[in-house]
Design a protein around this ligand. Structure first.
Ligand SMILES: [Zn+2]
Ligand SMILES: [Zn+2]
Length: 239
């Protein structure tokens, strides 16, 4: 038990550090430095108040605690040999490294899409999801701004998958980094990808700030996390 709490505490600080590093970098670059070529790529006219940003950071401190709890169960179980996380590159072949990364991202995206839609149900919205939608003009600081209930739901999926689907420890690290990067860039308040990318395969397939920003304006559309796949299938995709 003592090991678990030590791991959870360490993980909390790692998650928090990662949040401040990535969100802080994009906030500094886009909102403080504001390079000229990004000015036409700003998505909303209205800027969030300092009080809103303060509140987003406050909720993010709590989200980091909630994310650390199942994360620590996963790490301790891994140490005890109870998960399907492995460290030998060749155990399932090199191709599986790629395939497993895609499967994890797809399953995470599927889980996110459906739980997100469910949290928009009028009976659930206020308890689970209102906090996140307090950010009407998101900045990178909004990427972790969730109620504890929403954070708990979102924190469970990747640790649970590691008990049933083999994943290399390095690939798991890449997936968790991808999760943070998408979370932050989708809430950047600016479209960071080149226009050429947005008109091509990337923009047609992947979720970026332009796509997710619309969800913060119109609650009925664009529920996905990484891919536009489920939104397109379910008719909730707008751009
Ligand atoms: Zn959002
Ligand atoms: Zn929502």
């Amino acid at each position: 038990m003592q090991n678990y709490f030590l791991t959870a505490t360490g993980l909390y600080f790692i998650i928090l550090f990662r949040y401040f590093l990535v969100a802080g970098f994009f906030y500094w670059l886009l909102w403080v430095k504001r390079p000229e070529h990004f000015c036409q790529r700003k998505l909303n006219m209205d800027d969030p108040s300092p009080a809103t940003i303060k509140s987003e950071i406050k909720w993010s401190l709590l989200t980091s605690v909630v994310f650390a709890l199942p994360g620590a169960v996963m790490i301790e179980s891994w140490k005890a040999g109870g998960t399907m996380i492995y460290s030998d590159f060749e155990k399932y072949g090199v191709l599986y490294l790629l395939v497993s990364a895609f499967i994890y991202l797809f399953l995470h995206d599927t889980f996110f899409y459906w739980t997100h839609r469910l949290m928009h149900h009028p009976r659930l919205f206020r308890i689970f999801h209102q906090v996140h939608h307090n950010s009407r003009s998101p900045t990178p600081w909004a990427s972790f701004s969730f109620s504890a209930w929403e954070a708990l739901i979102e924190a469970l999926v990747v640790p649970l998958l590691t008990f049933v689907l083999p994943i290399h420890i390095g690939v798991l690290g890449i997936i968790l980094t991808t999760m943070t990067l998408f979370g932050v860039t989708n809430h950047a308040g600016f479209e960071i990808f080149p226009v050429r990318w947005m008109r091509g395969f990337w923009g047609r397939t992947m979720i970026t700030a332009t796509h997710h920003n619309l969800h913060h304006r119109n609650y009925q559309v664009n529920y996905g996390l990484y891919f536009r796949f489920w939104d397109k299938i379910m008719g909730s995709d707008r751009l």
